[in-house]
Design a protein. Structure first.
Length: 339
C-alpha cells in the first residue's frame, strides 16, 4: 500500500489518500511495467487529492490556513508531475509488445485478464474526449461484438491486440506510432473518463451489459448460419421474407405433429416476438423465436437445427396438412364442429 498525504509534514490532514497496489496478471509480470502501473496509480490518486484540497480553499477562514492548504496543493501537484515524469521515462524503455500489454493492463481494472464493455468504454472516453457515458457504452459494445471471437462478450488480450492494430490503421498509422499517445490518454486524461456516478452505474450494469452482448452475439451468429436461413425459407411458404401465423403453425406442425400445440405456440410467438406489430415475424424475430423454442426444449442450436430442418422439409406427414390452404380448411372444419 502506498499512502499519499493530503497535507505537508507537521500539518494536520483531513483524510490520507491510499493507493491500492495493483494486482499483477499472468500476462503482465514484467518489473518495468509494474513500476509504470504503480506510478499511474500514484498519479491518479494525486490528481484526486489535489482537487479535494483545492475545494477546501474557498471555505478557509484565516490566512494561515489558506497558506497551509495552498502548500499542500503545491506538494500534491509536484507529486503528480513526478509520477507523470516517471511514467514517461518508463515508456521509453518498452518495446511495442510491452506497450500493448501495458495498455491492456491499465484498462483491465478488475485484473481478470479480459476487458468488459464497461472497462473498454472508460478507455474510449479518455482517448476520444468527446463522448458521454451512454455513447461510450454503445461504442464499446460495437467494438467488443466485432472483435470478440470466443463469444464471452469480452476482449481477451489477443482480441484486444487485433482491435488496437485495426484502430491504429484507421488512424492511418501503426501502433508503434500511436502507442504512447494511447497509453498517456488512458493514464492521464482523468477528466474525460467516468466520474464517480458513471463508475457506480457501470459497476451495477456491467454484468447485465455483458449478458446482453453475449445474447446479441449468439443471435448474430445464428442469423448468419446457413442452417437457420434454410429453416426460415421452409417456414416462409410464400417467399415474402416473413412468416405469418399460419406459416408458423404449419412449420411447427411438421416438427411436432401436434396441431393444438403448434397453434398455441405460434400464437405466443407472434405475441412475444412480433416487435413491429404486423402479425408476422421477420427473419430476426423468427430467429429469436426459434432460439427461445430450442431453449425451452432443453437443446442447443446445433443439437436441434438439423431435426427441425429435416422435419420441416419432409413431405411424408401422416395428415393431409402440407400447405396453408390445408390448414385453413382444417380450421374451418374445427370451427364448424364447435357450433
Amino acid at each position: 500500500m502506498t499512502s499519499i498525504p493530503t497535507g505537508p509534514a507537521g500539518v494536520e490532514a483531513s483524510v490520507p489518500v491510499t493507493v491500492q497496489e495493483p494486482q499483477v496478471s499472468v500476462l503482465f509480470n514484467d518489473t518495468k511495467k509494474e513500476k509504470i502501473v504503480k506510478q499511474v496509480a500514484i498519479h491518479n490518486a494525486s490528481v484526486l487529492a489535489t482537487a479535494s484540497k483545492k475545494a477546501e480553499l474557498p471555505r478557509v477562514q484565516s490566512p494561515s490556513s489558506f497558506a497551509t492548504i495552498s502548500k499542500a496543493v503545491i506538494e500534491l501537484e509536484i507529486m503528480t508531475l513526478q509520477a507523470r515524469l516517471l511514467v514517461l521515462e518508463g515508456l521509453e524503455v518498452l518495446n511495442d509488445e510491452e506497450k500493448m500489454e501495458l495498455l491492456f493492463h491499465i484498462l483491465d481494472k478488475n485484473r481478470d485478464g479480459s476487458l468488459s464493455v464497461v472497462e473498454l468504454a472508460d478507455g474510449l472516453r479518455k482517448i476520444r474526449g468527446d463522448v458521454g457515458f451512454e455513447e461510450s457504452i454503445q461504442l464499446a459494445m460495437d467494438r467488443v461484438a466485432y472483435f470478440d471471437t470466443d463469444g464471452d462478450a469480452k476482449l481477451q488480450y489477443e482480441e484486444f491486440k487485433v482491435y488496437v492494430t485495426k484502430l491504429s490503421e484507421a488512424f492511418g498509422t501503426t501502433f508503434h506510432e500511436v502507442a504512447e499517445m494511447l497509453i498517456l490518454s488512458v493514464t492521464f486524461n482523468v477528466e474525460d473518463g467516468n466520474d464517480e456516478v458513471d463508475n457506480f452505474v457501470a459497476a451495477i450494469a456491467d454484468e447485465d451489459i455483458t449478458l446482453a452482448l453475449q445474447q446479441s452475439e449468439i443471435l448474430t451468429k445464428v442469423m448468419n448460419d446457413d442452417r437457420m436461413k434454410v429453416l426460415f425459407h421452409l417456414f416462409d411458404l410464400d417467399n415474402d421474407g416473413s412468416v405469418d401465423y399460419m406459416e408458423v403453425v404449419l412449420g411447427l406442425y411438421k416438427i411436432t405433429h401436434q396441431l393444438d400445440d403448434a397453434a398455441t405456440t405460434a400464437f405466443v410467438a407472434l405475441l412475444t416476438f412480433d416487435e413491429e406489430g404486423n402479425a408476422k415475424l421477420d427473419y430476426e424475430e423468427f430467429t429469436r423465436f426459434i432460439l427461445e423454442l430450442m431453449s425451452a426444449m432443453g437443446q442447443t442450436f446445433d443439437e436441434a437445427i438439423f431435426q427441425m430442418t429435416k422435419a420441416s422439409a419432409a413431405d411424408d406427414t401422416k395428415d393431409e396438412i402440407t400447405t396453408k390452404e390445408d390448414f385453413e380448411k382444417i380450421l374451418l372444419e374445427l370451427g364448424e364442429g364447435t357450433k
